[in-house]
Write a protein that binds this ligand. Structure first.
Ligand SMILES: Nc1ncnc2c1ncn2[C@@H]1O[C@H](COP(=O)(O)OP(=O)(O)O)[C@@H](O)[C@H]1O
Ligand SMILES: [Mg+2]
Length: 346
């Protein structure tokens, strides 16, 4: 659906040119929700703006829905752009127009007859849940509602692709979830291909099927979300994942562990870090090893979340027991697909 190949983008800067994109190759499958994540300044906005040629790249090819946009200009490009809707972090609504008027605007600009515009805008407001607020002005609605207007406006020209540049970054977590759920509904109902640009792993986790990680103008890693989350290859990816699943144990937890370790005990005591990823994590593994090997396990810290309905996260567990059963328990867990890391040993 979207093919970017060899994209370079350079901006003039005070101390020489800024290379914002340095050789981007990207394939976004039709009908998918594709996430692009990166830190501030990584080149996300530059990248998304090349997809609809709001920024014309210095080099490279952009193909959307079979049309090579980089070959088009003028009226042909404007026409092709109608297949690509876009939503923005700060909504970009016209404050002098009502909710209805904002959604109708692109259709008015395209010269559609008034009856046709009414016939399209009504159902769009219904879809985004704003039918009751059609007469309000942007200043009279919440941030989440403004983004719903932005989404309805982006859909007005019946695009095949929706680009979202940090659409939820100005919203609170609850509103973010509801906007992402709306995007997901639109993806499913209309088969719209969605490219989601974000700096938040939370956003990727909730809706994306595939993700590309961008760093300093290059895609450093990409793949199915579960794979990238569970087997991150690049330091940037690991640090982004750390935002939602911190690897370091808080000091208060470490203090508790030191106290536990200091208690007299027979056999061994170990602090284990168990990383769950997808398969296996939904089985009663811990109670299983406790029973089977006659050891003690206490969970001291943890965060187990879900990606696309499959468990993902890690637990720090304090394990006590005789040496051999403990060793067997660890190898049993490993055999069940849990990554086991020994953090400490006593
Ligand atoms: N219009 C511009 N002029 C000069 N430099 C720019 C311009 N837009 C972006 N940049 C620079 O290009 C790099 C990538 O920016 P951007 O694509 O906005 O990143 P992101 O959206 O990931 O924060 C940054 O170093 C930024 O300062
Ligand atoms: Mg940006």
């Amino acid at each position: 659906m979207i093919e970017l190949s060899g994209i370079f983008q350079t901006y003039p800067g005070p101390s020489g040119p800024v290379e914002a994109l340095r050789g981007i190759d990207l394939h976004v499958p039709a009908g998918s929700v594709f996430g692009v994540i990166g830190r501030s300044g990584a080149g996300k906005s530059s990248l998304v703006r090349t997809i609809n040629l709001l920024n014309r790249p210095a080099a490279g090819r952009v193909v959307v829905d079979g049309r090579e946009l980089t070959q088009l200009s003028g009226a042909a490009l404007r026409e092709a752009r109608k297949a690509i809707g876009m939503v923005f972090q700060h909504f970009n609504l016209l404050s002098s127009r009502t909710v209805y008027g904002n959604v109708a605007l692109p259709l008015e600009l395209a010269g559609l007859p008034a009856g046709e515009i009414r016939a399209r805008v009504g159902p769009l407001l219904e879809l985004v849940g704003l039918s009751g607020l059609r007469g309000r002005y942007p200043a009279q609605i919440s941030g989440g509602q403004k983004q719903r207007v932005g989404i309805a406006r982006a859909l007005a020209s019946r695009p095949r692709v929706l680009l979202s540049d940090e659409a939820t970054s100005a919203l609170d977590p609850e509103t973010t979830r509801s906007i992402l759920a709306l995007l997901q509904q639109i993806n499913r109902e209309f088969g719209l291909t969605i490219v989601l640009i974000t700096h938040q792993m939370q956003v990727i986790k909730q809706v994306a099927e595939r993700v590309a990680v961008i760093d300093a103008g290059r895609i450093v890693e990409q793949g199915p979300v579960l794979q990238v989350f569970t087997q991150p290859q690049h330091a940037t990816t690991r640090s982004l994942i750390d935002d939602i699943a911190p690897q370091a144990l808080p000091e208060s937890v470490l203090a508790r562990i030191r106290a536990l370790m200091a208690q007299p005990h027979e056999g061994s005591a170990r602090l284990l870090r168990l990383a769950f990823a997808g398969e296996g994590a939904d089985r009663p593994l811990l109670s299983d090893v406790i029973r089977r090997f006659g050891i003690d396990l206490s969970i001291v810290h943890g965060q187990v979340d879900e990606i696309q309905g499959r468990p993902f996260g890690s637990l720090a567990v304090f394990a006590r027991g005789a040496h051999e059963p403990l060793r067997q328990a660890v190898s049993h867990l490993r055999g069940a697909g849990v990554q086991v890391q020994e953090v400490a040993y006593a």
